[in-house]
Design a protein around this ligand. Sequence first.
Ligand SMILES: N[C@@H](CCC(=O)N[C@@H](CS)C(=O)NCC(=O)O)C(=O)O
Length: 216
Amino acid sequence: MSLKLFFAPGACSFVPHAMLELAGVPFEPVMVKLHKGEQRSAEYLAMNPRGQVPVLVDDGEVITQIVAILLHLDAKFPQAGILPASGLARTRALSTLAWMNNTVHPTFTHVFMPQRFTDDEGAQKIIRAFAANSYKGLLGEIEAMAAQGAPWLCGEVPCALDAYALTLLRWGGYAGIDPTTLPATWALAQRFAALPAVARVIERERLQLNVYQPAH
Ligand SMILES: N[C@@H](CCC(=O)N[C@@H](CS)C(=O)NCC(=O)O)C(=O)O
């Protein structure tokens, strides 16, 4: 069995990256430097024509999309607790995962890369400000989940939702959102980051947890 994960530091690929390390299975992490455009190299596009991370390569089979990658890993390593095993807990976790991936994540894309949505620089500023405000509201929803103190978002064991919550909260710093104003999520992210397996990923990605920059 060979597993390879293509990831970029601080990107959404942190979610499968953390879960692979938590699962304690051998895998090869391959860094893709998005700021250098490596995701648009001919070699990378031949593997993933969408030019995005994460990509999981399992025995030569290319798998894209966080939700699909996590479900694939969960089926392969059921002991890792990537998602709750069954029942309503699993359904609810999948519902939150889908929402993080299809709503919260693309809202941040509008903050971080408004140029992907219009060429007009004035309109880009408006998109960025509007999306940053929406993003704050969405992080508020995650804060309400974290405040339930389960202690992890799926219950008794750390799961993929905790990894996504950490990533989304961290990104909030770039949107002018101070993570300490979301105390339950901030505490959750710090606890998750302190797990030895996750700490290894943070070290490999050289991540700083709080990247808050006040808006100017
Ligand atoms: N829906 C995709 C989103 C992947 C995505 O947005 N990846 C970003 C990083 S967080 C990326 O690779 N961006 C590089 C680019 O668009 O050039 C998934 O779930 O995997």
